[in-house]
Design a protein around this ligand. Sequence first.
Ligand code: AHR
Length: 619
Amino acid sequence: MLKIKYSMAIFLIFIFILTGCQRSFNQEESSDQVTFVIGVSQANLIEPWRVIMNEEIKEEALKHKDVRIVVTDAVQNSEKQILDVEKLLQQGIDLLIISPNDSVALTPIVAKAYKKIPVIVLDRAVEGYDYTLYIGPDNKSIGREAGKYIGELLAGTGGNVVEIQGPTGLPSLQERSAGFREIINQYDNIKIIDTVIADWQRDKAEDEMEKLLQQYPKIDVVFAHSDYMALGAYKAAKKKGINTIKFVGIDGFAGPNGGLQLVEKGILQGTFTCLTGGREAIQYALDILNKERGIPKKIISRSNKITLSNVFQYAKVNHEVKKDNSNHKIVLGFSQLGAESDWRKANSQSIKAAAHAANIELIFIEGDQQQESQIRAIRSFINQGVDVIAFSPIVESGWSEILEEAKGAGIPVILSDRGIKSADNSLYYTFIGSDFVEEGRRVARWLIGKETTTEGVNIVELEGTADSAPAIDRKKGFAEIIANHPQFKVIYSVAGDFTKDSGYEMMKSALEMYKKDIHVVYAHNDDMALGAIKAIEEYGLRPGKDILIVSIDATEAAFDAMLAGKLNCTVECTPLLGPQLMQTVKNLMSGRQLPVRIITSEGVFPAETARMDRLNRRY
Ligand code: AHR
């Protein structure tokens, strides 16, 4: 014990010497209390948004006596950030939180760190998947929402808009701008008359706005990519005595000169919240270090539109800790879409077991692959007055009416596994599930790596239920990647319903039509692949040899088929969503702000490694 304490003390002295000007939080804790050292590599501290991110990290870390934080600042320099991470690794940190200065330049060092320790990436993503968890905003959608709002502000009258951006070339910034323009360009009478760069700085925004005011006789709205820049622009207008311009920003922080206060004072007409993810990074870091299961791969934070009509309510809910003093047991109504596949059965099982473990009362209604049955189930939950409704929507469209009913009854809704198509994202609180587009891409990437011929490769695509999120997205992701490889051609594509029977029938038709000209079958799930395998065998061909077969889910039956040499690869789509769902329900009930999407972590399993991979499978 003495030896351990002695080594820990030496280690901490070592950190202190090496970090130099790096800031280390929780330093008042004695060394024997520290279990985890977390390295934080920040891209810069020029942006006020990043200062807040670090503050949140610090505040959250201070809640844990056993955590020490070592923070570095890359001062907008990717080479320095690479060295910062190298140093942190040498110091023996247990986990790295990094907000990269540049997505491409930082990818190799993040991958190197990930080989040794867990890595959480904040805000700017890196390329590929060599990290533990990504937390960030959906910048395109923030831009779109801002566009819609400004469209409403200028509805009828039309008008001139000025856009104030952060530094040039940032992908996040380009996405915001693209989303904004996509909406504004739909209005004939609204014009973006100029775009200026103010590098996130209030003073620079003020200077730029002064120039704009000299140049343009009429500016109606200023859309700034941060509240601080919006404030700078406002000051310039005020100095000139102009009070007709409306200012809209992004960030929505609390505190002096934060977006919320600016909206309260009427300086900003509105702002769109953009969370830093700092607080959540520490919460997840601890879950990861404590080896909790079910850590997601990606968390996309929610953005709220804040105007005078909701700013006081928003600030109250989000900045006062809502204490749930009742001993009331949470009641969750869950509408399952059916029992069409092994995946679905494992999913239902996971939800039931997790509700039991979390002491949540679950009212579980099994569907029959019919949207009407699910709508009936949701309505019955509303009538029973459950606390939360979760459901796995069979198809993407047609949910608005019932979700409006739930909203009207004040019951929050969580989407599990499948998403919906809706212009109104206030109809549900969050989505928990897979990135189906990425699954389709993974299938295509595996196929391109496997089938190296330059001759034509004919593919039969067995799709899932028409209008369902997995069928739409898996097709899209696959098509996106093979588009750059013209030798791969989808010669036959047809919709089934994710059952083994539909896979069998579709494959029989494909074989009748194309006979031996089929080289690859891409099935949107394992059950349909298993049905196709049966049809191929009956036809007298060898599945997995004469025809390559790749599918999605990674169920136990798929592993059996790979070990029998009949299936070549399965891309994982995890059904084990229960624990994450129950945690989310609890967070929701305790008043915590939920991200808009929680994406699960998944892998790719080729037949070659199936025997070993199988040892770790749980469904
Ligand atoms: O929505 C997930 C999909 O639905 C699974 O991949 C499939 O097996 C299931 O039926």
